[in-house]
Design a protein around this ligand. Structure first.
Ligand SMILES: Nc1ncnc2c1ncn2[C@@H]1O[C@H](COP(=O)(O)OP(=O)(O)O)[C@@H](O)[C@H]1O
Ligand SMILES: [Mg+2]
Length: 606
């Protein structure tokens, strides 16, 4: 199940209302205070016109319909005008509702965009250690679904709740103003109502949580299977996977059915409560009308207000869930935003003018986790233009040395120097402008081949791009692509072979014209056919630059000025190919092993 699974499972979190998070979210929304005030104003108009409508009916009944003492002409006229007023108020309400919805959507979308940008920018500024701690799937949900959850909190949650509070408060105030006794009678059902809502909310929350977990399980299973389709088909796991998917799917639909069952019980319950309240009002209020304590209009208005009062209660449980998910999302987003970059530029960076390309490791000790060092007292120096090769078993610390040179991590002790400047004393951008790195697993971005070679530099002329490709022998393969340099690169360059991706990466490195170049096992992926080309391309790429080359295939690095042999994070041997062979140490043994493996087996009997 691995990372995808945890990335999905982690979403199954809910959180109660947290004023600290809410306040922080609000400071982001506050950037749109103009729109916000407009929205709140429209919300008031919308909700208060809701409250005003029954008042018009009441006036029509009490002042005109139910007044046989007044002249008929006057009564007809009054009813006529009040009917128009009623229509006007309802139209106003609809218009305000419409405008308010648009305003809220606008605020929501803008806040979402802001948040996405903030999280994205912040993530880009974070150190690599953050990304090795957090799987990509999880970080993606920060920028996508967590941000949407916050938007929902704003549009369906907070605004709706604010509106409901306006309606409830205004309805109660008007009812109390008309007749407090009747109000109390009408609200006799409220305790029962609250009790029922609490129970429902508890079930709803539980079922909501279960549903999310089941959806997560289904998603994880699906993504894993789609990703691993090759293996699935190769091992003919289709039937078994179908069975599992069927099981998870059925489980999910049963859970949904249960959820539907609860709401199917709850909504009629609210309707019964409302009907009971109306019945109580008709019974008690009717009596009071007969006794002439209240007017008929008041009774009619009361019935309308009860409708207004119960409507928001129906959706309360649902909104509560939205709020809870949004709170959890807010917490996760803010925790990313609070993440501090571990690698930061010094307050006053030393300038790095005209780098010559001297690299020095001065007794460097380093570890990714506290208390566990993976490099011990590493010391070496590369003069400008020299080629340094790193050799050693997997896990011996080769890549870690590269990571320190690019300052993706900071040393624990010692110093990494470029042209005599401690890499911690210069700006990261300046340092990385001078260093290019080609990894074994070349990362291509969506766009064209040319864009991938030029990388960040939009202004790079086509001629430089082509020159770079030509220099590393990538030209002929690129020309053969449909569209040549303008051929589209699909997701991560999956349509290219490993060797082709490598050539593009060489061209990319060449185009950036670095003083220092790092190849991390960049040549181990190459088929023998391209090997010669690559070897020559690599030679041209490295010419005149300082280079650090990591390669499994020792033939690649024989001409290095110095070969460093690492073992368990320690520098075991160093020297030229010839020197190390003469020493008869670990390098000589490795070389012998590879030579045996690569040389054709001797014919029997010879
Ligand atoms: N991001 C990381 N977090 C924690 N430990 C790591 C990380 N990357 C590498 N290591 C550990 O550091 C050691 C050296 O790894 P590395 O430099 O990648 O070796 P090499 O490139 O020689 O195969 C290994 O023990 C590895 O498990
Ligand atoms: Mg490595």
């Amino acid at each position: 199940m691995g990372l995808t699974h945890t990335a999905f499972m982690e979403e199954d979190v809910q959180k109660g209302f947290d004023p600290r998070l809410a306040r922080r979210f609000f400071t982001i929304v506050w950037a749109y205070k103009g729109l916000l005030f407009l929205g709140v104003g429209l919300l008031m108009v919308f909700r208060l016109s809701d409250i005003a409508a029954p008042w018009i009916t009441k006036t029509a009944v009490d002042a005109f319909m139910n007044r046989p003492d007044r002249p008929v002409e006057e009564r007809l006229n009054g009813v006529h005008w009040l009917a128009l007023a009623f229509l006007a108020i309802v139209l106003l309400k609809i218009a305000a509702n419409y405008a308010e919805t648009i305003t809220t959507l606008l605020i929501g979308q803008r806040v979402m965009h802001d948040l996405r940008m903030r999280v994205f920018n912040h993530m880009q500024s974070l150190s690599l250690s953050f990304f090795s701690r957090n799987p990509v799937g999880r970080l993606m949900t920060r920028v996508t679904s967590d941000v949407s959850a916050l938007n929902e909190m704003l549009t369906s949650g907070l605004v709706a709740i604010a509106g409901d509070i306006i309606t409830l408060a205004a309805a109660v105030a008007v009812m109390l103003h008309y007749d407090w006794r009747l109000t109390l009678v009408a609200f006799a059902v409220v305790p029962v109502m609250l009790w029922g809502t609490r129970i429902f909310r508890r079930f709803a929350r539980q079922i909501h949580r279960i549903t999310r977990a089941k959806v997560a399980r289904l998603n994880a299973y699906l993504s894993e299977n789609l990703g691993g389709m090759k293996v699935v088909q190769l091992f003919r796991r289709e039937a078994e996977n179908r069975r599992r998917f069927d099981e998870y799917g059925r489980d999910l639909y049963r859970t949904h059915l249960r959820a539907t069952f609860y709401s199917a019980v709850f909504f009629p319950f609210v309707d019964i409560m409302r009907a009971t309240a109306v019945a109580l009002v008709v019974w008690y209020g009717g009596g009071r009308v007969v006794q002439d304590r209240i007017t008929l209009g008041t009774l009619i208005a009361f019935i309308a207000y009860i409708e207004l009062f119960f409507r928001p209660l129906r959706e309360l449980a649902e909104k509560y869930n939205i709020l809870q998910s949004a709170m959890a999302a807010a917490e996760k987003i803010f925790s990313v935003l609070d993440e501090k970059a571990e690698i930061v530029d010094p307050p006053a960076p030393e300038p790095l003018p005209d780098v010559r390309g001297e690299v020095e490791f001065d007794a460097v000790t380093f570890g990714y986790e506290p208390g566990h060092d993976v490099l011990h007292e590493i010391a070496f120096r590369a003069k400008p233009g020299e080629m340094i090769a790193l050799v050693g078993p997997t896990g011996s610390g080769k890549t870690s040395i590269v990571n320190l040179l690019c300052r993706f991590y900071d040393v624990r002790r010692g110093r990494v120097l470029v042209d005599g400047h401690d890499v911690r004393a210069v700006a990261q951008r300046e340092l990385r402008k001078r260093v290019a790195i080609v990894l074994q697993d070349v990362f291509l971005f969506t766009g064209t081949v040319a864009e991938n070679i030029a990388m960040g530099d939009r202004s790079m002329p086509r001629a430089s791009i082509e020159a770079a490709a030509r220099a590393v022998h990538a030209e002929s393969f690129i020309r053969s692509l449909p569209g040549g340099y303008d051929a589209r690169v699909s997701e991560r360059g999956s349509t290219f072979s490993a060797g082709q991706r490598q050539l593009i990466a060489f061209a990319r490195a060449f185009a950036s014209d670095p003083r220092i170049i790092i190849l991390d096992e960049a040549t181990s992926n190459i088929d023998t056919e391209t090997e010669m080309l690559i070897q020559d391309g690599m030679k041209r790429l490295l010419a005149g630059r300082t280079s650090v080359v990591i390669a499994h295939r020792l033939s690649t690095i024989q001409r290095a000025d110095r070969i460093l042999v690492l073992h368990h994070g320690r520098l075991l041997e160093s020297g030229t190919h010839a020197e190390l062979l003469r020493n008869g140490g670990m390098y000589a043994r490795l070389h012998e092993l590879q030579f045996e493996a690569e040389a054709p087996a001797p014919a029997p009997g010879v």
